[in-house]
Write a protein that binds this ligand. Structure first.
Ligand SMILES: NC(=O)c1ccc[n+]([C@@H]2O[C@H](COP(=O)([O-])OP(=O)(O)OC[C@H]3O[C@@H](n4cnc5c(N)ncnc54)[C@H](OP(=O)(O)O)[C@@H]3O)[C@@H](O)[C@H]2O)c1
Length: 276
Protein backbone atom coordinates (compact mmCIF):
# COMPACT_ATOMS: atom_id res chain seq x y z
CA UNK A 1 0.00 0.00 0.00
CA UNK A 2 1.31 3.45 -0.90
CA UNK A 3 -0.80 5.64 1.34
CA UNK A 4 -0.74 6.11 5.05
CA UNK A 5 -3.47 4.23 6.92
CA UNK A 6 -4.20 4.80 10.56
CA UNK A 7 -7.04 3.51 12.68
CA UNK A 8 -8.29 3.37 16.23
CA UNK A 9 -9.72 0.18 17.68
CA UNK A 10 -12.42 0.20 20.29
CA UNK A 11 -12.61 -2.90 22.49
CA UNK A 12 -16.28 -2.57 23.43
CA UNK A 13 -19.02 -4.56 21.70
CA UNK A 14 -17.19 -5.54 18.55
CA UNK A 15 -19.50 -6.65 15.78
CA UNK A 16 -19.24 -10.17 14.50
CA UNK A 17 -17.39 -10.78 11.24
CA UNK A 18 -19.74 -9.62 8.55
CA UNK A 19 -20.08 -12.95 6.79
CA UNK A 20 -19.43 -16.57 7.44
CA UNK A 21 -18.22 -17.16 3.88
CA UNK A 22 -15.68 -15.42 1.72
CA UNK A 23 -18.14 -13.35 -0.34
CA UNK A 24 -19.59 -10.39 1.51
CA UNK A 25 -22.67 -8.67 0.16
CA UNK A 26 -21.90 -4.96 -0.07
CA UNK A 27 -23.99 -2.01 -1.25
CA UNK A 28 -21.76 0.86 -2.42
CA UNK A 29 -23.70 4.12 -2.69
CA UNK A 30 -22.05 6.70 -4.95
CA UNK A 31 -20.41 4.06 -7.16
CA UNK A 32 -20.81 5.72 -10.57
CA UNK A 33 -17.50 7.59 -10.39
CA UNK A 34 -14.40 8.29 -8.37
CA UNK A 35 -13.70 6.63 -5.06
CA UNK A 36 -17.01 4.78 -4.71
CA UNK A 37 -16.53 3.20 -8.13
CA UNK A 38 -12.94 2.29 -7.25
CA UNK A 39 -14.05 0.72 -3.97
CA UNK A 40 -16.91 -1.23 -5.57
CA UNK A 41 -14.69 -2.64 -8.34
CA UNK A 42 -11.89 -3.32 -5.86
CA UNK A 43 -14.18 -5.27 -3.53
CA UNK A 44 -15.59 -7.16 -6.51
CA UNK A 45 -12.04 -8.11 -7.53
CA UNK A 46 -11.51 -9.43 -4.00
CA UNK A 47 -14.53 -11.71 -4.32
CA UNK A 48 -17.27 -9.67 -2.68
CA UNK A 49 -20.72 -9.40 -4.23
CA UNK A 50 -21.44 -5.73 -4.81
CA UNK A 51 -24.43 -3.56 -5.65
CA UNK A 52 -23.42 -0.27 -7.24
CA UNK A 53 -25.82 2.57 -6.53
CA UNK A 54 -25.99 6.15 -7.85
CA UNK A 55 -28.14 8.25 -10.17
CA UNK A 56 -26.29 7.77 -13.49
CA UNK A 57 -27.38 4.38 -14.75
CA UNK A 58 -25.16 4.38 -17.87
CA UNK A 59 -22.04 4.76 -15.75
CA UNK A 60 -23.20 2.09 -13.29
CA UNK A 61 -23.81 -0.35 -16.14
CA UNK A 62 -20.31 0.23 -17.53
CA UNK A 63 -18.82 -0.29 -14.07
CA UNK A 64 -20.74 -3.55 -13.66
CA UNK A 65 -19.36 -4.67 -17.04
CA UNK A 66 -15.85 -4.05 -15.68
CA UNK A 67 -16.44 -5.86 -12.38
CA UNK A 68 -14.55 -9.11 -11.90
CA UNK A 69 -17.24 -10.82 -9.86
CA UNK A 70 -20.94 -10.66 -9.08
CA UNK A 71 -22.07 -7.04 -9.41
CA UNK A 72 -25.36 -5.30 -10.04
CA UNK A 73 -26.36 -1.72 -10.87
CA UNK A 74 -29.24 0.02 -9.10
CA UNK A 75 -30.33 3.59 -9.69
CA UNK A 76 -30.49 5.59 -6.51
CA UNK A 77 -30.96 9.27 -5.71
CA UNK A 78 -30.07 9.62 -2.04
CA UNK A 79 -31.90 12.95 -1.83
CA UNK A 80 -35.21 11.19 -2.53
CA UNK A 81 -36.07 9.29 0.65
CA UNK A 82 -38.58 6.89 -0.93
CA UNK A 83 -36.42 6.21 -3.98
CA UNK A 84 -33.31 5.67 -1.88
CA UNK A 85 -35.07 3.29 0.54
CA UNK A 86 -36.42 1.28 -2.39
CA UNK A 87 -32.96 1.13 -3.99
CA UNK A 88 -31.32 -0.16 -0.81
CA UNK A 89 -34.13 -2.71 -0.39
CA UNK A 90 -33.59 -3.83 -3.99
CA UNK A 91 -29.86 -4.20 -3.34
CA UNK A 92 -30.54 -6.40 -0.31
CA UNK A 93 -33.02 -8.52 -2.27
CA UNK A 94 -30.76 -8.91 -5.30
CA UNK A 95 -27.69 -9.77 -3.21
CA UNK A 96 -29.66 -12.06 -0.87
CA UNK A 97 -28.92 -9.85 2.16
CA UNK A 98 -26.51 -7.11 3.12
CA UNK A 99 -23.29 -7.45 5.09
CA UNK A 100 -22.15 -3.91 4.54
CA UNK A 101 -23.06 -0.46 3.34
CA UNK A 102 -20.35 1.82 1.94
CA UNK A 103 -21.54 5.42 1.61
CA UNK A 104 -19.42 7.41 -0.86
CA UNK A 105 -22.00 9.79 -2.33
CA UNK A 106 -20.84 13.35 -1.95
CA UNK A 107 -20.94 16.77 -3.56
CA UNK A 108 -18.76 19.80 -2.98
CA UNK A 109 -18.92 23.57 -3.46
CA UNK A 110 -15.74 25.63 -3.85
CA UNK A 111 -16.69 29.21 -3.09
CA UNK A 112 -16.67 31.77 -0.27
CA UNK A 113 -19.52 31.60 2.23
CA UNK A 114 -20.51 35.13 1.18
CA UNK A 115 -21.67 33.79 -2.19
CA UNK A 116 -22.88 30.35 -1.07
CA UNK A 117 -26.64 30.23 -1.65
CA UNK A 118 -29.20 28.45 0.48
CA UNK A 119 -29.78 26.14 -2.49
CA UNK A 120 -26.10 25.12 -2.43
CA UNK A 121 -26.16 24.54 1.34
CA UNK A 122 -29.32 22.46 0.95
CA UNK A 123 -27.88 20.37 -1.91
CA UNK A 124 -24.70 19.62 0.04
CA UNK A 125 -26.49 18.68 3.26
CA UNK A 126 -29.11 16.65 1.35
CA UNK A 127 -26.43 14.52 -0.32
CA UNK A 128 -23.59 14.38 2.19
CA UNK A 129 -25.58 14.11 5.43
CA UNK A 130 -29.31 13.47 4.99
CA UNK A 131 -28.64 11.00 2.18
CA UNK A 132 -26.25 9.08 4.43
CA UNK A 133 -28.93 8.98 7.13
CA UNK A 134 -31.56 7.80 4.65
CA UNK A 135 -29.35 5.07 3.18
CA UNK A 136 -28.34 3.88 6.66
CA UNK A 137 -31.92 3.81 7.90
CA UNK A 138 -32.95 1.76 4.86
CA UNK A 139 -30.02 -0.63 5.29
CA UNK A 140 -30.47 -0.99 9.06
CA UNK A 141 -32.76 -4.07 9.18
CA UNK A 142 -30.53 -5.88 6.69
CA UNK A 143 -27.32 -4.98 8.55
CA UNK A 144 -28.89 -6.00 11.88
CA UNK A 145 -29.70 -9.41 10.38
CA UNK A 146 -26.01 -9.96 9.59
CA UNK A 147 -24.33 -7.92 12.36
CA UNK A 148 -22.98 -5.93 9.48
CA UNK A 149 -21.02 -2.75 9.00
CA UNK A 150 -21.45 0.70 7.52
CA UNK A 151 -18.52 2.78 6.26
CA UNK A 152 -18.79 6.44 5.29
CA UNK A 153 -16.30 8.48 3.27
CA UNK A 154 -15.43 11.57 5.25
CA UNK A 155 -12.66 14.08 4.62
CA UNK A 156 -9.42 15.32 6.16
CA UNK A 157 -10.86 18.81 5.61
CA UNK A 158 -13.38 18.19 8.41
CA UNK A 159 -10.68 17.09 10.88
CA UNK A 160 -8.50 20.12 11.49
CA UNK A 161 -7.74 23.62 10.33
CA UNK A 162 -10.00 25.95 8.42
CA UNK A 163 -10.20 25.33 4.68
CA UNK A 164 -11.17 28.60 2.96
CA UNK A 165 -13.68 28.17 0.10
CA UNK A 166 -14.77 24.79 1.50
CA UNK A 167 -16.95 26.12 4.34
CA UNK A 168 -20.20 24.45 3.33
CA UNK A 169 -18.50 21.16 2.36
CA UNK A 170 -16.48 20.87 5.58
CA UNK A 171 -19.62 21.67 7.60
CA UNK A 172 -21.40 18.72 5.98
CA UNK A 173 -18.50 16.34 6.61
CA UNK A 174 -18.26 17.45 10.27
CA UNK A 175 -22.02 16.85 10.58
CA UNK A 176 -21.62 13.45 8.92
CA UNK A 177 -18.89 12.54 11.42
CA UNK A 178 -21.11 13.41 14.41
CA UNK A 179 -24.01 11.49 12.91
CA UNK A 180 -21.87 8.35 12.48
CA UNK A 181 -20.92 8.55 16.17
CA UNK A 182 -24.59 8.62 17.12
CA UNK A 183 -25.46 5.67 14.86
CA UNK A 184 -22.69 3.72 16.60
CA UNK A 185 -23.96 4.67 20.04
CA UNK A 186 -27.56 3.74 19.22
CA UNK A 187 -26.60 0.48 17.48
CA UNK A 188 -23.58 -1.02 19.24
CA UNK A 189 -24.44 -4.38 17.65
CA UNK A 190 -23.26 -3.00 14.30
CA UNK A 191 -19.98 -1.56 13.07
CA UNK A 192 -19.96 2.10 12.04
CA UNK A 193 -16.73 3.43 10.56
CA UNK A 194 -15.73 6.91 9.48
CA UNK A 195 -13.20 6.60 6.65
CA UNK A 196 -11.20 9.82 6.60
CA UNK A 197 -9.87 10.40 3.11
CA UNK A 198 -7.06 12.69 1.98
CA UNK A 199 -6.80 14.24 -1.48
CA UNK A 200 -7.38 11.70 -4.22
CA UNK A 201 -7.72 11.91 -7.97
CA UNK A 202 -9.52 8.57 -7.97
CA UNK A 203 -8.68 5.77 -10.35
CA UNK A 204 -8.43 5.27 -14.13
CA UNK A 205 -11.18 6.05 -16.63
CA UNK A 206 -14.58 6.63 -15.07
CA UNK A 207 -13.09 5.95 -11.64
CA UNK A 208 -11.49 9.42 -11.80
CA UNK A 209 -12.96 11.79 -9.25
CA UNK A 210 -15.54 14.29 -10.46
CA UNK A 211 -15.61 16.12 -7.15
CA UNK A 212 -15.33 19.84 -7.88
CA UNK A 213 -15.48 19.29 -11.64
CA UNK A 214 -18.12 22.00 -11.92
CA UNK A 215 -16.19 24.49 -9.76
CA UNK A 216 -14.80 27.76 -11.11
CA UNK A 217 -11.21 27.16 -12.22
CA UNK A 218 -10.11 30.45 -10.66
CA UNK A 219 -11.61 29.58 -7.28
CA UNK A 220 -10.20 26.06 -7.44
CA UNK A 221 -6.68 27.37 -8.16
CA UNK A 222 -7.02 29.95 -5.37
CA UNK A 223 -8.18 27.24 -2.99
CA UNK A 224 -5.38 24.82 -3.92
CA UNK A 225 -2.79 27.55 -3.45
CA UNK A 226 -4.20 28.65 -0.07
CA UNK A 227 -4.59 25.13 1.29
CA UNK A 228 -1.02 24.34 0.22
CA UNK A 229 0.40 27.50 1.83
CA UNK A 230 -1.46 26.78 5.08
CA UNK A 231 0.00 23.30 5.16
CA UNK A 232 -3.44 21.71 4.95
CA UNK A 233 -2.69 19.69 1.81
CA UNK A 234 0.14 17.22 1.49
CA UNK A 235 2.14 16.96 -1.68
CA UNK A 236 0.77 13.60 -2.82
CA UNK A 237 -2.50 11.88 -3.57
CA UNK A 238 -4.27 8.89 -2.06
CA UNK A 239 -4.16 5.82 -4.28
CA UNK A 240 -7.70 4.40 -4.47
CA UNK A 241 -6.25 0.89 -4.11
CA UNK A 242 -5.32 1.91 -0.56
CA UNK A 243 -8.93 2.87 0.07
CA UNK A 244 -10.03 -0.55 -1.17
CA UNK A 245 -7.54 -2.19 1.19
CA UNK A 246 -8.79 -0.07 4.11
CA UNK A 247 -12.44 -0.88 3.39
CA UNK A 248 -11.64 -4.58 2.97
CA UNK A 249 -9.72 -4.50 6.26
CA UNK A 250 -12.66 -2.97 8.11
CA UNK A 251 -15.14 -5.39 6.54
CA UNK A 252 -12.97 -8.38 7.38
CA UNK A 253 -12.17 -7.37 10.93
CA UNK A 254 -13.84 -8.61 14.09
CA UNK A 255 -12.89 -5.41 15.93
CA UNK A 256 -14.96 -2.28 16.14
CA UNK A 257 -13.17 0.34 14.04
CA UNK A 258 -14.76 3.76 14.60
CA UNK A 259 -12.22 5.68 12.54
CA UNK A 260 -9.70 4.85 9.87
CA UNK A 261 -7.72 7.40 7.89
CA UNK A 262 -6.10 7.00 4.49
CA UNK A 263 -3.86 9.92 3.57
CA UNK A 264 -1.22 10.47 0.88
CA UNK A 265 2.14 8.70 1.22
CA UNK A 266 4.82 10.35 3.37
CA UNK A 267 7.02 12.88 1.59
CA UNK A 268 10.35 11.44 0.37
CA UNK A 269 13.33 12.38 2.56
CA UNK A 270 15.51 15.16 1.16
CA UNK A 271 18.77 13.73 -0.14
CA UNK A 272 17.51 10.16 0.06
CA UNK A 273 18.87 7.78 -2.55
CA UNK A 274 16.52 7.51 -5.51
CA UNK A 275 16.33 3.74 -5.22
CA UNK A 276 17.49 0.98 -7.56
N1 LIG B 1 -11.61 12.86 -4.05
C1 LIG B 1 -11.13 13.34 -2.94
O1 LIG B 1 -10.02 13.94 -2.91
C2 LIG B 1 -11.88 13.17 -1.64
C3 LIG B 1 -11.22 13.52 -0.45
C4 LIG B 1 -11.90 13.36 0.75
C5 LIG B 1 -13.18 12.85 0.77
N2 LIG B 1 -13.81 12.53 -0.40
C6 LIG B 1 -15.19 12.01 -0.34
O2 LIG B 1 -15.25 10.79 -1.02
C7 LIG B 1 -16.55 10.63 -1.59
C8 LIG B 1 -16.41 10.31 -3.07
O3 LIG B 1 -15.77 11.41 -3.70
P1 LIG B 1 -15.24 11.27 -5.20
O4 LIG B 1 -13.94 11.96 -5.26
O5 LIG B 1 -15.36 9.87 -5.65
O6 LIG B 1 -16.33 12.19 -5.97
P2 LIG B 1 -17.14 11.92 -7.31
O7 LIG B 1 -16.29 11.28 -8.35
O8 LIG B 1 -17.80 13.22 -7.65
O9 LIG B 1 -18.26 10.85 -6.88
C9 LIG B 1 -19.38 11.24 -6.15
C10 LIG B 1 -20.43 10.15 -6.22
O10 LIG B 1 -21.57 10.64 -5.50
C11 LIG B 1 -22.72 10.30 -6.25
N3 LIG B 1 -23.83 11.18 -5.96
C12 LIG B 1 -23.85 12.54 -6.00
N4 LIG B 1 -25.12 12.96 -5.74
C13 LIG B 1 -25.87 11.85 -5.53
C14 LIG B 1 -27.24 11.62 -5.26
N5 LIG B 1 -28.12 12.65 -5.14
N6 LIG B 1 -27.67 10.36 -5.10
C15 LIG B 1 -26.80 9.31 -5.21
N7 LIG B 1 -25.49 9.46 -5.45
C16 LIG B 1 -25.04 10.72 -5.64
C17 LIG B 1 -22.27 10.44 -7.71
O11 LIG B 1 -23.11 9.66 -8.56
P3 LIG B 1 -24.30 10.23 -9.48
O12 LIG B 1 -23.96 11.64 -9.85
O13 LIG B 1 -24.31 9.29 -10.64
O14 LIG B 1 -25.54 10.13 -8.66
C18 LIG B 1 -20.89 9.81 -7.64
O15 LIG B 1 -20.98 8.42 -7.79
C19 LIG B 1 -17.31 11.93 -1.31
O16 LIG B 1 -18.14 11.74 -0.18
C20 LIG B 1 -16.21 12.91 -1.00
O17 LIG B 1 -16.65 13.94 -0.14
C21 LIG B 1 -13.18 12.68 -1.60
Amino acid sequence: MNGSVTGTNEPATPPRPSTTGPARRVAVVGASSGLGRSIALGLSARGDHVALLARRRDRLDRAVDQASGHAIAIECDVTDEVHCAAAIAAAATELGGLDALVYSSGVIAIEPLATTSAATWTRLFATNVVGAATATRAALPHLRATHGRAIYLSSVSAQSGVWPLLGAYTATKAALDKMIDTWRDEHPELGFTRLIVGDSAGGPGESATQLGADASVDLLLTGLDTWQRRGLRSHGLVDPDDLVSAVAYVLGSTASIPVIAVTPPPAPMHGAPSGG
